[in-house]
Design a protein around this ligand. Structure first.
Ligand SMILES: Nc1ncnc2c1ncn2[C@@H]1O[C@H](COP(=O)(O)OP(=O)(O)OP(=O)(O)O)[C@@H](O)[C@H]1O
Length: 118
């Protein structure tokens, strides 16, 4: 049990490191809170909540993995290296793919409800 609590402690340390060091991670956290607030305000359905939560999870997880990959790349290749550049670019590409998916899903769920309000 003590080991489990210790592991959670390390995981939260990782989350705190990403939040402190990565402006993009902070932006995605704020966007996630905005999506959750909109979800409550617009009374979205259970199925829509599942899509919203999937998008939030996907974006935050890819952002965390991107941070880990960037940190590891800087560790193993502190000087310029073409392959290190590719590693970082591909990793950043994964975040963009997740963010585009989240943006499109958000539009599909929220735009019709926002239009009905006006
Ligand atoms: N060691 C390296 N060798 C070659 N190219 C690199 C190297 N480090 C960074 N790059 C190039 O510079 C780009 C930006 O790298 P950087 O480490 O600044 O990440 P970043 O854009 O600041 O990421 P984030 O904003 O998510 O923290 C990389 O995507 C890559 O193309």
């Amino acid at each position: 049990m003590r080991r489990l609590i210790r592991s959670f402690g390390f995981a939260f340390k990782g989350l705190a490191y990403a939040a402190e060091s990565q402006p993009n991670f902070r932006i995605h956290l704020v966007m996630s809170l905005v999506a959750i607030a909109l979800g409550f305000a617009l009374h979205i359905s259970t199925a829509e909540w599942q899509w919203v939560m999937l998008c939030i999870t996907l974006v935050l997880v890819t952002e965390l993995l991107n941070t880990a990959i960037e940190t590891l790349t800087d560790l193993v290749s502190p000087t310029y290296n073409v392959k290190a550049g590719h590693v970082k670019d591909v990793s950043a590409g994964a975040v963009v793919v997740a963010a585009v998916f989240a943006f499109i899903t958000g539009m599909i769920i929220f735009i019709p409800k926002l239009i009905l309000l006006f």
